[in-house]
Design a protein around this ligand. Sequence first.
Ligand SMILES: [Zn+2]
Ligand SMILES: [Zn+2]
Length: 907
Amino acid sequence: MRLRSSTLAAPSRLETHMTEILEKVYDPQRIEAKWYRSWEELGLFHARANGAKPAYCIVIPPPNVTGSLHMGHALNNTLQDILIRFKRMDGFDALWMPGTDHAGIATQNVVERQLAAEGADRHTLGREAFIERVWQWKAASGGHIITQLKRLGCSCDWSRERFTLDEGLSRAVREVFVRLYEEGLIYKGDYIINWCPRCQTALADLEVEHEPTDGHLYHIKYPLADGDGAVTVATTRPETLLGDTAVAVNPADQRYRKYHGATLRLPVLGRPIPVITDPYVSLEFGTGALKITPAHDFNDFEVARRHNLPAVKVIDEAGLMTAEAGKYQGMDRFACRAQILKDLKNDGLLVKVEPYTVPVGRCYRCKTVVEPLISQQWFVAVKTLAAAAAAAVEDGRTRLIPPNWDKSYYDWMSNIRDWCISRQIWWGHRIPAWTCTACGRVIVSREDPAACPLCEGVDLVQETDVLDTWFSSALWPFSTQGWPTETPELKLFYPTSVLVTAFDILFFWVARMMMMGIHFMGQVPFREVYIHALVRDPEGQKMSKSKGNVIDPLDLMDKYGTDAFRFSLAAFAAMGRDVRLSEERIAGYRNFANKIWNACRFTFMNLEGFVPEPPVAEADLDPYEKLTTVEAWIMSRLQQVIREIRKSLDSYDFDQAANVLYQFIWHEFCDWYLELIKPQLYNKEDVAARRHCQSVLLRVLSAILRLLHPFTPFITEEIWQKLPGAQGSIMVAPYPQPDPKYSNPAAEAEMNLVMGIITAIRNIRGEMNVPPGALVEVFLASPEAGAVEALNRHQQSIKILGRIQELHCNAASGPPAAAAKAVVDQVEIFMPLTGIIDFKEEARRLDRELEKLGKEVNQAQRKMSNEDFLAKAPAEVVQKEQAKLQAQTEKLHKLKTHRERIKELMG
Ligand SMILES: [Zn+2]
Ligand SMILES: [Zn+2]
């Protein structure tokens, strides 16, 4: 038998004909746009919503309309697309609901920057013209990210695309606002809020980034109003003392017993303030005496409420000192701090200054230091909503995956404060509340009111604030399906099946969808929430513009193809672990795509006009008794692979699914199966055997392509379209089901032995430096008759794949002279090497190599024992040297062993 060395070599006669069928080189750019267009034109992303199939629904986390695709989006949307494509193929009416978020502050900022460049601002433009300008911006440049999601292959139902500010969603927002108001769950009140003096708006707690900053703790003396003595307080913000309305001590603190109920004189201003007791005050912090500034501190605000203390606002919305600050009026808050410290020092009231780390809160948009302020804002009273949302996770109506998120979810829900929903910007859902100027009545209604219901006055002034962006996205799972109208979609697709999200918006968004969904729909918004990790750089660092380590997903798609990129993301997405993006691995998965392409090309060349009947997806095979052992083995393995992939996808173990596919396709299908069937495939004399072989091959390949499709949609469609007997798009072909009929442990065991022996023979060839062209003689010996029989059955394969001229398979044969030896499952393998390699020459070569490597190891050892080097070299250099030395030592050991074997063989 002629030895066929090249894996994918094929008879040249077919070459020209078959090149038309599958191009020689896999070119992702050529096929991706083509297939995406075709899927869209055929309406394959469209969910029918007619109840004919079971429903499966995912709502996309709506990207900001200002957004462009970053790594986080790429991961998040690839995982959703894998699930949606899998379920669609698996017989579900699968709806992936897409859309974008109007992103209040973010979008307003973009347009404000444009205006600033033109020397204008929103105030000169006026509210209506400004909003018009934002809509124009959206029409021209918004939604860029949608194009990018299409590039990624996302099979969203674009015919249903929504925008959080579109008409339908705005109606849902208004309905929710009015209902909550009528239920007493929305109120307007004085509240301490986070305020950004630059953005001129309230910020939610979540929109404030707290970072530890070097600062100071100032000890300041507050003298008693009557008589001698003073109480010393410690503060990090001395300028706020101007707004103090009390000093609080812990009732149990013995140090301050005698001051209970005393009156102090506020430094600088001289205003009298009481000493109060409150258990909130820590005995350990500072001096144990706490100044209380209700207007500029969250905790103090709460203390003041308990004690009915007044709030004195000394800093205004622009961050400047107010009239209440006396002589500091008009000063910037930080300039005021410097001045007041000077004044306190002059008055002898600044007792001590010590370094202190202050958790400074900054605006998440512009990084300005946030100022807590008291102002009139709109709130949602969330306590009852949060309790219901917590209960839904507790009793399993919604499952968080992985479940270790449960605890932070419960913590957050139980410590939740009322949600400040008003924002002092223009881009967003304007709050549907009007005040009657005649009688002061507040009117909140579904329709714009024409007159006051109380006094019939017609001078009604609408609230100027808009709603927090998250207010509208909290309604996303039902507002996108037409709520408050009871649409068929709402009935079918709510609750949605799963929400796929990164953990950074778990509280911003997911928790609020839970609250709103349960309250308005009476059911949870999603059965499961899969929380994936963040994408980091190869060193595990968070990607950020300032670090300059941002990788653009579009560059990677250009460079490696979208399929390879998607497959990489899936393979990286291990549950609960951050994704470390390595370009090397993406390149590896591009090789995988090439491997698949080449394997299919080879297959098609050898199908030569074979058309299966019926179509491959549904084709049944002959019962497995008629399969060859090789076929029985690959079919058995295929069933196992199908089971594992289905199980992994159902449990969101995307990395496992990807790895199982990779291993099976590369190492079993390509490396073994295709090699093992070549003799049958090439033997045109035995027509029946060849047809049978082709039919099984086609069947396996069809299953592989369908298994792969959700991960690598483009390449699989391109190949599917050319697969003999395949019909329609692979997108709607059935996802493979495991068939227990093909499970065959005996065939698997037999093939494992055969493959093990071939591998061992290849290893001997490699280790012993047997020239690749040399045809060797091999003796196999086993005490087990069964094994011997099996090996005899596979003589031909072992000979071809081991490049063996003479194979002796005999239980009784003794070890031949001068033979290399290996053992696999009790089978002894002997390969006589006399005449194959020149022992003397090999020994000399090894001696030379041993000497050279020995010197290198010595050198490295000296370096590693040099204390000077160890002390001065950076840790990573030492580590590198250590690793190098270890590798060299291991290689030296191997060479020595090998030299020993050569010595033995020389006799
Ligand atoms: Zn800001
Ligand atoms: Zn009125």
